[in-house]
Design a protein around this ligand. Sequence first.
Ligand code: BG6
Length: 480
Amino acid sequence: MAKTAMAILGATGDLALRMLFPSLYFLELDGLLPEGMAIVGGSRTETDTAGFLAKVETSVRERSEGFFRDDCWKRLADRITYVSVDASQAPSFKALAAALAGAEEVVFYLSTSPSLYAATCAALTVHGLTGGKNRIVVEKPIGRDLKSSAAINDALGSAFSEDRIFRIDHYLGKEAVQNLLALRFANTLFEPLWNKVSIDHVQITVAESVGVGGRGPYYDEYGALRDMVQNHMLQLLCLIAMEPPASLEPESVRNEKVKVLRSLRPIEGRELDKRTVRGQYVRGVSDGESVPGYLEELGHNSETETFVALAAHIDNWRWAGVPFYLRTGKRLPSKASQIVIQFREVPHSIFEGSDLLANRLTIRLQPEEGISMTLMNKTPSLDRGGMNLKPLSLNLSLIDAFPGERRRRIAYERLLLEVIAHNTTLFVRRDEIEAAWAWVDGIEAGWERQGVSPAPYAAGTWGPSGAFALTERQGHTWYD
Ligand code: BG6
């Protein structure tokens, strides 16, 4: 196996310390890191390897809780060296190049602000670090709109070919999200029903109970639509709506996802009012405690939304006329993400006097992964001619099904392994990102043109009243 090295730039930042190094620790613990793989941490901070390792150890200990083992930490620490690099000073990359000298292929993980991506690519090019199988990993936000995203993608593309660019959407690293592929394409049961004939509508909810906390300055520039819908929510929608790919090969899966994104009907004109809702939380009660509103946390006025609900339509044969409701926000009643597939009602009921509830498949993504299906059943009784019916649930808890899984994996563990293996299936291709931005840009532009301000909602509630009207208008209700 080629000798691989990983260079993490922005190595003293929050993402690297909270997610990347703990993930590498767990991969080391499971014996999954390639033998001899060197890890180089780089950032502007002036420190040496010992100083850097002290920082990394603290965060790995914190994150690994009962799983910290001295021998494993030592093995990981032995791989790590630190160099000072500054993306705005190309010559500072000389030390980085020297630290990577023995590697046959290098993964550059940019855990930095996207504003540094272009300068970093230029510096890597100057130092001859972009050739061969060397690859680059980047995090969202890849732009704030289509134009800025294209500029970042151009910079990445000028240094690395598309098959060597790994754009992370950490939702694709979650077990429960990958399980959507298994549920749809490893079972024959659903696929014949997975269309407008049998499905009435789909709901995708990604709710968070936290506020924006210390991330105010970043968040205020983006808002819920750009921060969550453009990436995580649309990726979930793609996995639910796409056609069966021919294989799990990267292009096979990504070709199908991009077709969904390109089939999203633009939301514009008078539709904007009916099909979109913006909200912003005000003071309220979360987890039994009084919590401040968004503007109080931010310390200044703002028109940024912390909640968004949309009724999306996919204009193709499979989904014509089926609403896909998307809802996400901060300071909602709980942290819960789920996808609900609401099937249609039976065409004709032979059970007089019993209300028949249409079948519903609920896929819980977090905090507890599980799948449930409501079915109508007969209640044991003699009344109504013996046919008294009741909806009951078939429940599959993915936690109980795998009691051997000692802990919940960090999504980055899987993603880092895929980067090392050079497999881009779980990463987002340029055309996907850009198709998603094109759709989101249309909504942003409409809000701006029509002066749509976010409606207030109390922290700890399910968003502004408009979010309920959005579904009720079409005879539907949200499932919490
Ligand atoms: C990030 C967003 O991409 O995803 C955050 O920037 C959000 O605002 C987070 O809190 C949610 O991720 P998860 O894995 O906790 O659902």
